[in-house]
Write a protein that binds this ligand. Sequence first.
Ligand SMILES: C[S@@+](CC[C@H](N)C(=O)[O-])C[C@H]1O[C@@H](n2cnc3c(N)ncnc32)[C@H](O)[C@@H]1O
Length: 264
Amino acid sequence: MNEVRDDFLDSLDLDDSEIIPFIPEILKNLWGLGSMPEYVIHLVEKHIPSNKLKRIIDLGCGKGSVLIQLSEKIKFEGIGIDLMSEFIDEAKRYASRHSYSENLKFEVGDIKKMVEHYCDFDLVIYAHDSDIFGNVTQSLCELEKYMLDQSWIVFEGLYNINQLNNPENLPNKEEFHLQLEKSGFEVINQIVWDKDELRKTNQTNTKLIRDRITHLIQSHPDKEKLFNTYLENQIEECQELEENIECLTLLLKRKRNTTMAKNT
Ligand SMILES: C[S@@+](CC[C@H](N)C(=O)[O-])C[C@H]1O[C@@H](n2cnc3c(N)ncnc32)[C@H](O)[C@@H]1O
């Protein structure tokens, strides 16, 4: 990775690019990096006939936890793309330990620059955790380039639910749905993330991160402040997600006979 863009830092909630070389080590004991695979699986199994799902792409796949768990339920050819080569190496390792993952490929790449190499997917999976592709409408417009004509998107999105506390300037629920509406996609179904489940996942992940940080401080005492600041930020991010934000997983399909509203 040559230049580090803000959208990449945002996607992993990083404030300081100096922490990047340590991220694989800090997140070593986590498989999932923020998505809720069980919600993706539920929506896909419930609404998409399995014979319609031949090719699936996960953009920003991390260590492949969504694609690999989906492949345990449905047979398809899948590609996961992520900018961090260490995550892709891990995804390949996890896939090799799962019996149904032989049809999955994981590749290092920038999803902003990959669309000319990858298209015609039946399902595109994307978590809108940064402005890589812009707002909701703009992101869906970009994601559509990866799709076949009548195919689906699993979109993980979020909106603010506390107007007195919105440091990341997220849209509120109404604005979020307006942006969706403008995209020309219809919501087939959606799952609002369960707060208790989110809290439990966050607690587990924070413990795993804290353990790695303790270890890293011993081997790199000069970076203690950097590591502790990262941990504090992660705890704040979790609190923010639990208190001021609603996360949701949506299954979307292109409305018939509509034209995508570009750059709105
Ligand atoms: C919050 S993580 C989610 C990963 C995965 N969905 C999961 O839950 O395990 C976001 C991922 O997006 C990746 N990412 C950010 N910018 C990217 C880009 N421009 N191209 C490819 N991957 C990118 C990051 O490396 C990170 O693994």
